[in-house]
Design a protein around this ligand. Structure first.
Ligand code: FMN
Ligand code: SF4
Length: 687
C-alpha cells in the first residue's frame, strides 16, 4: 500500500478503452538515440516500466517521410520495416503493466526534410521554423494533400497498433506538430474551411481523430498534445484560445495532454522555472472536459503531485525530466522512500543529447541511455570484484557518485574531502544566481552515503601522495576537481594572453569564494556554457557596471543546446549588462581591455576596473601525478590501482563528472577489455 498522502497517485485511471494502473505518466521525450539506437532507447523505456510508471511514451515519431527533422534523431514510422524496432520498445514499456504510447509527429512548418528532400507541407506557405533557420520554405497543403495526410495518419495509427502500442499521442505542441500549425492563426493563414475561425482551424484535428477512431479506436486510446500558450501574443494559439478550443471539442481525444508553450518554456530549466510552473496556465481546464488531463512541470515532489490531483487540476502527473533523473520515482513514492528520489536538477543536459544528435546524458542519472549499451541499471550495481576497499579523494560530483556506487557494489569506501562540506564545485555553484537546484547533485548523494554502513567520510583531509601510500587502501580514486585559469587560455588564446599586473583579474573560483569585483567590470566569456552569463548576472546584482565580451555570436553559446540561451540573453539585458558579441580580448591593460573583432581583428579599447576571466579550467592532478611517479612503491603500500577521474582528469560539465564517477565504480576490478569498445553498438543491416 502506498503511504497515505500519496495513495491518490496510485489510483487507476481510464483513458478511452484502456486503464492506466496509476497516475504517473511519462510524457514523450527524445533521447538522442531514436532510429539510430533502437535497442538502447527501448531498454531505457523498459527501465521506466520497471520503475512503476503507469503510462510510458516514445519520443516524437516521424510518421511519414514527407515530414522529418534531420539532423535531429527521433523515431521513424515510415513503413512496415520500422515496426519491429518499435515493437521492441512497446514490449519493454508493457513488461510491468504500463500502457505503451507512441507520439505521432508530422512536423509541417517545423520539418525541413533535409534527409528525404521532399518539399515540406504545411497549412500555409511559410519559411520553415527551426532552431537552425533552414533556408527552406513549405508549400501549403491543398485539399488533396489534406486527404493524403489524413490517410497517412491512419496508416501510422494502424502500424502503431501492429507495433504493440496502446496509446497514440497526436503532436500539436511546442510549435513542432502540425495540429498546432493548423490551430494557430500565426501558421494557418488559409481562407478555406481549414482556416479563419477557430472551428475551421480545428477541422483538421477533428477529421484526423475521427479517422483514427474509426480505424483503431476500439482498442487504442487517442491523446492530443497541445501547448497551453503559443506565446506569440494575439496572433498565436493563446491560453484563452486553447481553453475555447478544449471547451468546443471537450470530448475529442481520450485524454488532453497539456504541454506548456514553446519547448524552451515547457522544458524550462531550474534557473528560470520552478516546479509546477505551468499551474496557472492549466488550472480550470479540467472543468471544461470529461476527459482526463495530464500536465507537466518538472514534478519531483510527491506532495505537489498529490495536491494537483486532489485539487482537481490534473488527472495524470506528466514527467519527462523527473523520469529521466529517476526512472524509479513512482516505485519510491509507492514504497514511501521519498528521500531516495534522485531529483532532477533542471539543468537540461538531457536535452543536449537531442540537440547535438549524440546519445543523451543525465547529470543525476549517469545510467540514462546506458541501460542497453553498458547494461547499467539505475538502482542496481554489478557484483563486487576481487578487492575490498577504495579511497576516494575529493567529494565533488565525480567523487560522490563513485563513493555511492562503490558502496552499493559492496566495497568499503573512505571518502576524503579537503574542505568541510560535500559537493566540491556543486557546493559553490549552487550559491550562484539561479543554480540552487543544482545542489541536489550533492544532497542526493550525501543522503545516500549517510545511509551506507560501508562508507566513512573524512573532512578537512587534504591528502598528499605520501599520506595515501601510508594508508594502504587497495584502490585509490582521485576526484580532485579543477580550478579556473586566470591566464586566459581557452579557445581564443591557446597560450596565456598578455596581462598587465596592474589590472585586477578574477576567476570564477575567486567570485565563488566571495572575492567580488566592483566598479566597471568586463566579464570575458571564452567558456561559452553557463558560467559567464551567471557571473555577469551576479556582478550586475552586486551593483557593478558590467560588460560581457565573448568571441561567440551568442551569449553563453552552448546553452542553445540546453534551451537556456534566449532567456539568459534577456535576463542579462534586463539586468543592465552590456553585451559585446563576436569580440575577443587581445590583451588586458592596466586601465582596461584591448578588444579584437572575431572576424577582422579590428582593435578597440574597453576601460574597466576589473576583468572576470571565464576561460578554461585546469584539472587538479598533482597528487595523481605524484602517486604515478612512485608506482614502484604501490605494491609495498598494498595499492592495486590508482585512477584519476572527473574534472581532475578533464574538466567538463557536471554530468560528465557523475558519469565518470559511476563508470569508475562499475568498472573497478573488471577484466581488461583490451582494444574492444566499452559499450554495445547497433549497426544498421546492409540492404
Ligand atoms: C530531452 C527531452 C526531449 C523531449 N522530447 C519531446 C518530444 O519528443 N515530444 C514532446 O511532445 N515533448 C518532448 N519534450 C517535452 C516533454 O515532454 C515535457 O513536456 C517537458 O520536458 C516538461 O516536462 P518535465 O518538466 O517533466 O520535463 C522533451 C523534453 C525533454 C527534456
Ligand atoms: S539532465 Fe538535468 S534536467 Fe535532464 S533529467 Fe537529468 S537532472 Fe534533470
Amino acid at each position: 500500500m502506498p503511504p497515505k498522502p500519496y495513495d491518490i497517485l496510485f489510483e487507476p485511471v481510464k483513458i478511452g478503452p484502456l486503464t492506466a494502473k496509476n497516475r504517473f505518466y511519462q510524457v514523450p521525450h527524445c533521447n538522442g538515440g531514436g532510429y539510430r539506437d533502437p535497442s538502447a532507447a527501448a531498454a531505457m523505456r523498459g527501465i521506466k516500466a520497471e520503475g512503476g510508471w503507469g503510462v510510458i511514451f516514445t519520443e516524437q515519431t516521424e510518421m511519414h517521410h514527407t515530414s522529418e527533422i534531420t539532423p535531429f534523431i527521433e523515431l521513424r514510422l515510415w513503413d512496415d520495416r520500422d515496426i519491429p524496432a518499435l515493437n521492441r520498445m512497446s514490449e519493454a514499456m508493457k513488461a510491468h503493466g504500463a500502457l505503451a504510447g507512441i507520439q505521432l509527429a508530422y512536423s509541417g512548418i517545423n520539418g525541413p526534410n533535409l534527409y528525404t528532400k521532399e518539399v515540406p507541407l504545411a497549412p500555409s506557405a511559410l519559411p520553415i521554423r527551426t532552431f537552425t533557420n533552414d533556408p527552406v520554405q513549405a508549400r501549403a497543403l491543398d485539399k488533396s494533400d489534406i486527404r493524403d495526410l489524413r490517410r497517412w495518419f491512419v496508416n501510422a495509427a494502424k502500424r502503431s497498433k501492429l507495433a504493440g502500442f496502446d496509446l497514440l499521442c497526436l503532436y500539436g505542441a511546442h510549435g513542432f506538430g502540425i495540429f498546432q500549425h493548423f490551430l494557430s492563426r500565426a501558421t494557418n493563414q488559409r481562407s478555406d474551411e481549414y482556416g479563419g475561425s477557430l472551428e475551421n482551424r480545428a477541422r483538421f484535428v477533428n477529421e484526423v481523430v475521427g479517422d483514427i477512431r474509426d480505424a483503431v479506436g476500439d482498442t487504442m486510446a487517442i491523446t492530443l498534445r497541445v501547448s497551453l500558450d503559443e506565446t506569440l501574443g494575439d496572433l498565436g494559439f493563446s491560453n484563452a484560445e486553447v481553453r475555447e478550443f478544449i471547451e468546443m471539442n471537450a470530448d475529442l481525444p481520450d485524454l488532453w495532454d497539456l504541454a506548456q508553450g514553446t519547448w524552451e518554456d515547457c522544458s524550462g530549466p531550474s534557473r528560470f522555472k520552478e516546479e509546477a510552473a505551468q499551474e496557472v496556465l492549466v488550472k480550470g481546464i479540467r472543468e471544461l472536459t470529461s476527459k482526463p488531463v495530464v500536465g507537466v512541470g518538472r514534478f519531483t515532489s510527491p506532495d505537489v503531485m498529490a495536491r494537483l490531483v486532489r485539487q482537481g487540476t490534473l488527472d495524470f502527473i506528466g514527467c519527462a525530466r523527473p523520469s529521466i533523473a529517476d526512472p524509479f520515482l513512482p516505485k519510491k513514492v509507492e514504497e514511501g522512500r521519498i528521500e531516495d528520489i534522485r531529483e532532477c536538477i533542471g539543468c537540461n543536459i538531457c536535452v543536449t543529447g537531442d540537440m547535438t544528435m549524440s546519445i543523451s546524458r543525465c547529470t543525476q542519472n549517469p545510467t540514462f541511455m546506458e541501460e542497453w549499451r553498458k547494461g547499467w541499471h539505475p538502482e542496481r550495481m554489478n557484483a563486487k570484484g576481487s578487492s575490498s576497499n577504495v579511497l576516494v579523494v575529493g567529494s565533488g560530483p565525480a567523487g560522490l557518485e563513485a563513493a555511492r556506487a562503490l558502496s552499493l557494489r559492496g566495497y568499503d569506501v573512505a571518502l576524503a574531502e579537503a574542505g568541510t562540506e560535500l559537493g566540491g564545485r556543486v557546493a559553490k555553484e549552487r550559491l550562484l544566481p539561479g543554480l540552487s537546484a543544482w545542489g541536489r547533485v550533492a544532497d542526493y548523494r550525501a543522503y545516500q552515503l549517510s545511509q551506507r554502513p560501508n562508507v566513512e567520510t573524512y573532512f578537512d583531509s587534504p591528502l598528499s601522495a605520501e599520506d595515501i601510500l601510508e594508508f594502504g587502501f587497495e584502490n585509490v580514486c582521485l576526484a580532485t576537481g579543477a580550478k579556473w585559469r586566470a591566464d586566459g587560455v581557452s579557445r581564443q588564446h591557446v597560450v596565456p594572453m598578455p596581462i598587465d599586473p596592474g589590472m585586477a583579474v578574477l576567476t570564477p573560483d575567486d567570485l565563488m569564494d566571495g572575492r567580488l569585483p566592483s566598479g566597471k567590470v568586463t566579464v570575458f566569456d571564452d567558456d561559452h556554457y553557463y558560467m559567464g552569463g551567471v557571473l555577469a548576472e551576479l556582478c550586475a546584482r552586486e551593483g557593478c557596471d558590467v560588460t560581457l565580451v565573448t568571441p561567440s555570436a551568442y551569449v553563453s553559446d552552448w546553452t542553445l543546446n540546453t534551451l537556456e540561451q534566449a532567456e539568459i540573453h534577456r535576463r542579462l539585458v534586463a539586468a543592465g549588462v552590456k553585451i559585446v558579441l563576436n569580440t575577443g580580448i587581445a590583451a588586458i591593460r592596466a586601465d582596461g581591455v584591448e578588444t579584437c573583432c572575431s572576424y577582422t581583428d579590428a582593435r578597440g579599447h574597453l576601460g574597466c576596473d576589473a576583468v572576470v576571466m571565464v576561460a578554461s579550467r585546469t584539472g587538479q592532478d598533482e597528487v595523481f601525478r605524484a602517486l604515478k611517479a612512485r608506482e614502484a612503491d604501490w605494491q609495498d603500500a598494498g595499492i592495486k590501482s590508482v585512477k584519476l577521474i572527473g574534472d581532475a582528469e578533464a574538466p567538463g560539465p557536471i554530468a560528465w563528472a557523475t558519469y565518470a564517477g559511476h563508470r569508475y565504480a562499475r568498472e573497478l576490478d573488471g577484466a581488461p577489455i583490451g582494444d574492444a569498445l566499452p559499450f554495445r553498438r547497433e549497426i544498421t543491416e546492409l540492404a
